[in-house]
Write a protein that binds this ligand. Structure first.
Ligand SMILES: [Zn+2]
Length: 494
């Protein structure tokens, strides 16, 4: 593995622990995906960009990673008991699966714009109904589930008494949970205890998405799908389970209870949670207008921003906070990130043009120290803000070499080659930041300029001064200056 030992902050133990995968060289990672009943909001994007960076770093270290991120397309209920997808279908006058497709497409488009890698498997809950029925049966057989009027509930009291782990992740005790369950409130009276939660729900006659089961025509509980799909694709026990920290309770707590209830095995060794995205110091909320969509952020079509920001500038902004810290989105912070990202991109461009004669090596230690430190920072629970500060230090050096305040010839050839390889690789592969200035037409114009300069050079070699001057004057008219030097010609805008 590249770098040193990796340490992660484990939400389950509340400690930073050395990461040791179950099978050497392999990592199984499950991240709770979106419920696709409306446009993805920016807080979700932060979570998925965070786990994308974790996924990228695990790959960069050399692990073979199976990254499973589900799509919730059934069973995630609103407080009034209506299925979120069904509500979307009712409001938009669509088939439930049209709602799922529409918002899955939108979600994927935004994920592409943020340059996140696709997960290895993206299972949907409705594609795993038989497996969910099977797990409900296992939970009943093991004595942790009971049926009432066609619905099946998880017996939290019995589970807590026997297994002593309920509440371990969220740090809550069962008495605190009495009034906090997000379950279907209409069915509260059916439960033995208010903290019990539904793992199978009997559907009302007008319910849109329902399946046959041994207990009723109904649908699975939201928490159950993640237990089932993680077990199916990663095994009973896997390495990393992730999600936003708003999912710790009840969703993840109940997942653990279900897995232990069904298989007598807790699902994941390490639980990683991303933190909240705030805007102007407050929780984002549609009802008081303190919200912005990814699209509004890109176009600038919102009163909360002074202009539009490119997706990579926004991604850079996200990575400037640690994934487990709250992040405060403000226009000033975005402006600063945009500027910082531009500086790094310009640094990369200058780096590509630097050459050394390798006569000295007094600069090597500083460069290598920063390159190594970037990986050390990532090995310290994926500390992207610290790694980015090393990048800024490298860019400062690169600028000094260009301006001559530091001597580029004091960098050995090997170290310059290493810097040229590792710095852009880290920015693109680990941080997932594409160089926006090199995209599209700019590549073509750079190529065209090189061609023109070569034609002019060959005219000069033939002493065809008319042609060479004509090219220079025509470029001048386009505000492009050509400078002739010993090693050929260079160009720049006036
Ligand atoms: Zn989940």
């Amino acid at each position: 593995m590249k770098g040193k030992a990796l340490y992660v902050q484990n939400s389950l133990t509340r400690k930073k622990e050395e990461f040791t995968p179950i099978t050497e060289g392999f990592v199984g990672m499950y991240v709770c995906g979106p419920t696709v009943y409306s446009d993805v909001h920016l807080g979700n994007c932060r979570t998925f960009v965070g786990f994308d960076t974790i996924y990228r770093y695990l790959l960069y270290k050399g692990y073979k990673v199976r990254y499973v991120r589900n799509i919730t397309d059934v069973g995630h209920l609103l407080d009034d008991g209506e299925d979120r997808i069904s509500k979307g279908a009712r409001l938009d006058k669509l088939e439930p699966m049209e709602v799922v497709q529409k918002y899955s497409n939108g979600f994927h488009a935004i994920m592409d714009i943020f340059n996140t890698k696709k997960p290895s498997i993206e299972p949907r809950a409705t594609g795993h109904i038989p497996e969910q029925i099977e797990m409900v049966q296992q939970i009943i057989d093991n004595g942790f589930g009971y049926e009432k009027n066609g619905s099946v509930y998880f017996d939290t009291i019995k589970f807590a008494n026997e297994k002593k782990v309920y509440g371990e992740l969220s740090g809550r005790i069962i008495d605190d949970l009495l009034t906090e369950t997000r379950d279907n409130l209409k069915n509260q009276s059916e439960k033995n205890h208010p903290s019990d939660f539904a793992i199978w729900m009997k559907a009302a006659d007008d319910h849109l998405m329902k399946w046959n089961s041994p207990w009723s025509v109904g649908f699975p509980g939201w928490h159950l799908e993640c237990s089932v799909m993680s077990t199916k694709y990663l095994g009973k026990r896997f390495d990393i389970h992730g999600g936003g920290n708003d999912l710790k309770f009840p969703h993840h707590e109940n997942e653990i209870a279900q897995n232990i209830g069904a298989c007598d095995c807790a699902p994941s060794n390490y639980w990683l949670h991303t933190n909240m995205l705030l805007m102007n110091g407050k929780k984002m909320s549609k009802s008081d207008g303190n919200t912005i969509s990814p699209e509004e952020l890109f176009t600038g079509d919102s009163t909360h921003v002074s202009k539009g920001y490119s997706p990579m500038a926004v991604r850079f902004f996200m990575l400037q906070s640690h994934y487990s810290s709250t992040m405060d989105l403000t226009d000033d912070a975005l402006l600063a990130s945009e500027k910082g990202f531009k500086r790094i991109q310009e640094g990369e461009k200058i780096l590509a043009s630097l050459e050394t004669n390798g006569s000295g090596n007094s600069e090597d230690a500083d460069i290598i120290k920063n390159l190594d430190a970037m990986l050390d920072d990532m090995d310290d629970d994926f500390n992207t803000p610290k790694a980015i500060s090393r990048l800024f230090e490298l860019v400062t050096k690169i600028n000094s070499y260009k301006q001559g305040s530091l001597d580029i010839n004091s960098v050995s050839k090997d170290t310059l080659a290493r810097l040229k390889k590792e710095m852009p690789e880290f920015i693109l592969e680990v941080l997932g930041l594409k160089n926006e200035s090199q995209e599209g037409t700019s590549d073509v114009s750079e190529g065209l300029m090189q061609l023109i300069l070569e034609l002019r050079q060959s005219a000069r070699e033939r002493k065809d001064w008319d042609t060479s001057d004509k090219i220079r004057d025509s470029l001048n008219a386009l505000e492009i200056v050509v400078k002739d030097g010993k090693d050929g010609s260079n160009w720049s805008f006036k």
